[in-house]
Design a binder for this molecule. Structure first.
Ligand SMILES: [Mn+2]
Length: 252
């Protein structure tokens, strides 16, 4: 039993062309290698907001590959990020477990806590207000009422705002302060009885475990580190291991 973990790829054809193909190819090869479960922990896409068919038209290979996992009976967990949300309708239709907050996975007596991480910092009030606004029924309904040619324009504007907010957030708290905050949060979850905690969002890579076999993983991002993922075998009391995505593996 093996789980593959991804977060904060921020796939964008404009900013990082090639990363999306690399991601889909990696999913394909992990599936071929017999990986049983996939955890996608938010901000996989730099912009994918709303239950609109044009997301499928823009990213057909991704949606096909996800469907291939669930059709094979493999579990796929999608935690919505601050750049990719309101996708529950598109994804649950394809058999994906979707959450806007956190998901708990259980393996025997091991409990694993999965979240994006954008709710970790309670003093980040500007962002939390913005999150509440973008997740409100009003915005959700308004998005669905706008004629589709306008939606894309509106969403791209929203995407720019989302990027600005997250940049402002990391500037204010500082890198070490932010990392410390995420580690404290993970330790709280350990105290609550979780064996493992996997978060994203901060874009700060952290692999941590203790003598009791607790672990905390944050994979950083594909924006400021080279493309990576982690593999973990439930039942083993070790930290998930980081792997790099190699271009060489693409042709196979
Ligand atoms: Mn994020």
């Amino acid at each position: 039993m093996t789980v593959a973990i991804f977060s904060d790829l921020h796939l964008s054809s404009a900013k990082r062309p090639g990363h999306e193909a690399l991601f889909v190819a990696t999913l394909k090869s992990l599936r071929a290698e017999g990986v049983n479960e996939l955890w996608l922990l938010g901000d996989i896409f730099d912009l994918m907001v709303g239950p609109f068919h044009f997301w499928i038209a823009r990213h057909p290979e991704f949606f096909e590959e996800i469907k291939a996992w669930t059709d094979a009976g493999l579990s796929v967990v999608w935690i919505q990020g601050n750049h990719d949300f309101y996708l529950d309708e598109l994804l649950t239709k394809r058999g994906v477990i979707v959450s806007d907050d956190f998901v708990e996975r259980r393996f025997g007596n091991q409990r694993i806590y999965l979240a994006h991480g954008d709710l970790v910092n309670p003093s980040d009030t500007d962002y939390l207000k913005w999150r509440a606004f973008t997740r409100s029924a009003w915005v959700r309904q308004t998005l669905s009422l706008i004629p589709s040619p306008l939606r894309m324009k509106l969403l791209l504007g929203l995407g720019q705002k989302l990027s600005d907010r997250s940049r402002a957030q990391s500037r204010e708290s500082g890198r070490s302060g932010l990392e410390e905050l995420f580690i404290l949060y993970a330790r709280e979850k350990w105290d609550e009885g979780f064996q493992g905690v996997c978060l994203g969002h901060s874009h700060i890579e952290t692999f941590l475990n203790d003598e009791q076999g607790h672990f905390f993983v944050n994979l950083g991002s594909w924006v400021n580190y080279s493309p990576r993922y982690a593999l973990w075998n439930p039942g083993e009391y070790n930290c998930p291991q980081r792997y790099y995505v190699r271009d060489a593996g693409l042709s196979t």
